[in-house]
Design a protein around this ligand. Structure first.
Ligand SMILES: Cc1cc2nc3c(=O)[nH]c(=O)nc-3n(C[C@H](O)[C@H](O)[C@H](O)COP(=O)(O)OP(=O)(O)OC[C@H]3O[C@@H](n4cnc5c(N)ncnc54)[C@H](O)[C@@H]3O)c2cc1C
Length: 380
């Protein structure tokens, strides 16, 4: 029997889930996505979770496995063709710290973590000269930790790729805002998803709506522990340099530098907790961020033309931990949120887990480590 499944929200989580579910012949899949403020298409694109002091072991397990999953996942998606380097490429990561002792601390953390995470690749402390060999615009005098397994991903292009594969497998994509509710006309647990013009019944629904998850569940009397955080960044256009293989650069502070192909360089991002869903671009703030973030680099970088300003919304729980699973008291409704600033890293793997839950298979990540019932509660 064909099962009708809806996905609400097609950022990296929803689009990855869609890719997996679209391959199931017994599933008829519809994906709804409004798109405004989407975190995935605004994201900086860093996949490099290993060199961090954050102590949450379950979070680390998720992002470590998420980073390791990318190459395998994308090879599968590309069905033997080369992974487009405009979507994803392992270019390595350079991590800077203001104090030399912290560089050594991070290098030691990296060495320890490599035992369980060989995908971190080669680890080394690079001198300024060695850094310049990888990124010629570096003019600073500090050393940095190098991890060759670090990668960059273009979130918008990744989503486009995954949705195009899902559509090729027969999934329908509807670019509209929707609401959803229980189907009260039926004794079975089925659900209705409504656009302004129409409504459709589903056997199973995935809520991959990030910071907008409370809007979907509040009308059904759920309290959802999720808040939005605004993030802004800039895209610079460098001329005269081949940037395709430049590494991701993570200085201390907010201004990471993520080089893409054809001279495109992203600098960002801000973490603004008080702005809610506001997406207004603050050019003065961003121009200052570029100036501050590029002091250790040649003028060419901070004088480069800003081609685009981007703004998007992250989702956080009150204890900063992500969750996924079946929504309490809503059989066959699954949700995932709270991925904060590392959702691009975790996204494809969490998407696989959501798809596994729909098809009643064991999940790759242990669902009990990311308990949805701690964050989504029925209020009456
Ligand atoms: C500026 C910035 C930089 C970042 N940089 C990185 C990074 O370098 N590395 C990293 O790992 N992570 C990064 N992140 C975090 C990452 O982007 C997010 O954690 C991740 O994209 C979340 O994915 P998602 O699929 O849960 O949500 P989103 O990508 O936000 O997608 C949710 C989608 O659901 C849709 N939606 C919501 N409600 C409805 C509805 N009712 N009807 C229809 N559609 C709906 C929205 O329109 C949206 O398109 C960054 C985030 C920002 C904002």
């Amino acid at each position: 029997m064909t099962k009708k499944v809806a996905i609400i929200g097609a950022g990296v989580i929803g689009a990855s889930t869609a890719y997996f579910l679209s391959k199931e012949e017994s599933i008829n899949l519809t994906i709804y996505d409004e798109g405004t403020g989407q975190g995935t298409s605004a994201a900086a694109g860093i996949i490099s979770p290993w060199l961090s002091r954050r102590r949450n072991k379950k979070w680390y397990h998720m992002v470590k496995e998420g980073a390791a999953f990318y190459p395998t996942f994308l090879s599968e998606v590309m069905e033997g063709e080369e992974i487009p380097s405009s979507v994803y490429k392992q270019v390595g990561t350079l991590l800077f710290k203001k104090k030399e002792e912290y560089i050594h601390e991070m290098f030691t953390i990296g060495k320890k973590r490599k035992v369980d995470a060989p995908e971190i690749g080669d680890l080394a402390i690079l001198s300024p000269e060695e850094i310049r060999e990888k990124m010629p615009l570096y003019t600073g005098a500090n050393s940095a930790v190098w991890a060759s397994g670090g990668a960059r991903v273009d979130g918008g292009r990744l989503v486009d790729l995954l949705l195009s594969k899902a559509q090729a497998n027969g999934a329908h994509v509807v670019r509209q805002h929707v609401t959803f509710e229980k189907n009260t006309d039926s004794n079975d647990s089925t659900y209705i998803v409504k656009t302004k013009q129409s409504s459709k019944q589903f056997d199973s629904v995935i809520l991959s709506a990030s910071a907008w998850l409370p809007d979907l569940l509040m009308p059904m009397n759920y309290a959802v522990d999720i808040r939005p955080q605004k993030g802004q960044l800039v895209e610079l256009q460098l001329t005269n340099w081949v940037t395709d293989d430049w590494p991701v650069i993570m200085p201390e502070g907010e201004s990471d530098i993520i080089p893409f192909e054809n001279g495109k360089i992203i600098i960002g991002a801000t973490h603004e907790n008080e702005k809610g869903f506001n997406l207004t671009i603050d050019k003065d703030m961003l121009n200052n961020m570029v100036l501050e973030g590029t002091t250790q680099f040649s003028n060419e970088l901070h004088q480069a033309e800003i081609s685009t300003y981007r703004s998007g919304t992250r989702a956080y729980t009150s204890d900063f931990a992500p969750f996924f699973g079946e929504v309490p008291d809503l059989p066959n409704v699954f949700a995932a949120s709270g991925f904060g600033s590392t959702g691009l890293t975790a996204g494809p793997l969490v998407g696989q887990c959501l798809a596994q839950m729909v098809t009643s298979e064991p999940t790759t990540l242990p669902v009990e480590d990311y308990p949805i019932e701690d964050y989504i509660k029925k209020v009456n």
